[in-house]
Design a protein around this ligand. Sequence first.
Ligand SMILES: Nc1ncnc2c1ncn2[C@@H]1O[C@H](COP(=O)(O)OP(=O)(O)OP(=O)(O)O)[C@@H](O)[C@H]1O
Ligand SMILES: [Mg+2]
Length: 272
Amino acid sequence: MNTESHPVIQAQSVSRVFSRRRGIFSWQHTVGVAGVSLELGQGEIVGLVGESGSGKTTLSRMLMGLDKPTAGEILLLGRPLAQFSRLERARHIQMVYQDPYSSLNPARTVGTVLDHALVVHGISDAQDRRRRVAQALELVGLLPRHAANLPSQLSGGQRQRVVIARALILQPKVVICDEPTSALDVSIQAQILNLLLELRARLGLSYLFVSHNLAVVEHMATRVAVMYAGRVVEMNEAEELFRRPRHPYTRLLANSGGDSRREAQRPASASL
Ligand SMILES: Nc1ncnc2c1ncn2[C@@H]1O[C@H](COP(=O)(O)OP(=O)(O)OP(=O)(O)O)[C@@H](O)[C@H]1O
Ligand SMILES: [Mg+2]
């Protein structure tokens, strides 16, 4: 399923080389990402798979503007990402990280975390902020009373809901999910994945969905890009890619992931 709308974010032949000084005259270069072109249409979920070290996080960080490409360009809503200020970027594109334990400040209540995101973006009307915090909690299936809780008083799934609420409170267009459920119990994973799908339908969000788990990617993604050694070696509609993997590495990945795909709890069967 492809949306016909223009890309919300687009990587054009993007590369990232990490250079580290080894001696006085010598440098060590590591290629993180090598000439990747990728676009995400409105409402689309592009899955990004590949073995450890293949460049998924490096690409995600560049799309977020957290790291600059050494070559190529990233366009956000058709404009070079470099032209956006940090705050402007954060309004359009947000990230949900793997580990809800380390991505929340343990000393801040849920309400403070969400309120802070609004304060940083200059929303000065306290009443408006309270309303938005309540809406964000409701959006992710939490209750108003959770605003008073510290992260340690919540379950892993509830914490990840807070992380999602924080990502969505500024109404971004794009959310980059880097292994958003791999730190959670299998039974909770399905709930969070289905919540992400529901929110995407409700809010017209676009996701770049990074995961090692092929069953998860198959469930979530409309299109899938396979990375290998810094390059996208294959990109196709999700169904087609899993039915007929073309690149040898994709076949290898599909085969080696075979066991985990069978074992993984099918998120489709879970309810919210
Ligand atoms: N800050 C850095 N300095 C030097 N090399 C880096 C840096 N960040 C990433 N790399 C290198 O770039 C390559 C891609 O790393 P990246 O973290 O993007 O992989 P990944 O696909 O996200 O892996 P994983 O699945 O383990 O999260 C690796 O070879 C890595 O060692
Ligand atoms: Mg990574």
